[in-house]
Design a protein around this ligand. Structure first.
Ligand code: NAD
Length: 253
């Protein structure tokens, strides 16, 4: 077990990648806190984890609320005595082009994807720095490395998450807390079922050298590595799990 008795918070754990990461962490021996805006979904994943004899609690909260992020960390310390790992997976997506993006839509996406990652990271980081140990894993995206059609809000927020990851790595690393990001390629989740049209799907399959979408479990593998002891010297890194998407250019002769 790679995360035996580690205390881990996963935001966005009621669905998709966050739920998969929480399940995997529990299998690896961690005590998990599943945070999500959708408390019922988080509770149902937590219950499933408890059925598997691991420790899990669900917390309904909004990552965009600075005080709620503080309460999440306080609740975790209250329940398990400490916090070792934070995964920021809560996220949202909206299609918007640069010239047509409405301020309220742009701000809404930046609030969840960037500010949510920052506030949870700040509160968790303070506890981790205090004890001189911690692992923070932010869920970025290939859209944070390559511009894409309609990605003015989503992609820009993920570029910012990658920047924030590096800033956090610089400031927290010397104090025993590593901060890294997973950069997933497309994965079938409730988010992409809405965000990806049939045309988008075909385009991705053409552009990804491995010719397929990623799996939730493959993202959970990457998060487990970055959250564990084998990644002790990895800091400020973005681990793209994308079938080669960000590495390639022209693919036709
Ligand atoms: N699915 C993909 O293809 C893909 C690719 C790259 C990156 N990502 C990133 O992975 C992360 C998870 O995405 P997913 O595909 O699992 O999506 P999802 O929609 O299945 O899950 C996202 C979860 O975040 C929660 N959430 C949203 N806003 C919140 C808030 N303000 N406070 C607390 N919780 C909130 C939702 O309730 C939901 O349970 C996101 O950051 C996303 O950008 C996903």
């Amino acid at each position: 077990m790679r995360l035996k008795d580690r205390v881990a918070i996963v935001t966005g754990a009621g669905s998709g990648l966050g739920a998969g990461i929480a399940r995997r962490f529990a299998e690896e021996g961690a005590h998990v806190v599943l945070a999500d805006l959708n408390g019922a979904n988080a509770e149902s994943v937590a219950e499933e984890i408890r059925q598997g004899q691991a420790k899990a609690i669900a917390v309904e909260m909004d990552v965009t609320d600075y005080d709620a992020a503080g309460d999440l960390i306080a609740r975790t310390v209250d329940e398990y005595g400490t916090i070792d790992i934070l995964v920021n997976s809560a996220g949202t997506s909206r299609h918007m082009t640069f010239l047509n993006a409405k301020p309220e839509d742009f701000q809404a996406i930046m609030k969840v994807n960037l500010e949510g990652t920052m506030y949870c990271g700040q509160h968790a980081g303070r506890v981790m720095v205090e004890k001189g140990y911690g692992r923070i894993v932010n869920i970025a995206s290939i859209s944070g490395e390559r511009a894409g059609i309609g990605r003015t809000g989503y992609g820009v927020s993920k570029f910012a998450v990658i920047g924030l990851t590096k800033q956090m790595a610089l400031e927290l690393g010397p104090q025993g807390v590593t901060v890294n990001a997973v950069g997933p390629g497309p994965v079938d989740t409730p988010l992409t079922q809405v965000a990806h049209s049939a045309e988008t799907r075909r385009a991705y399959l053409d552009l990804i050298p491995l010719g397929r979408y990623g799996k939730v479990e493959e993202m959970a593998d990457a998060a487990t590595y970055l959250a564990g002891e084998q990644a002790a010297y990895v800091n400020g890194h973005v681990l793209f799990v994308d079938g080669g998407f960000v590495s390639v250019g022209i693919q036709k002769e």
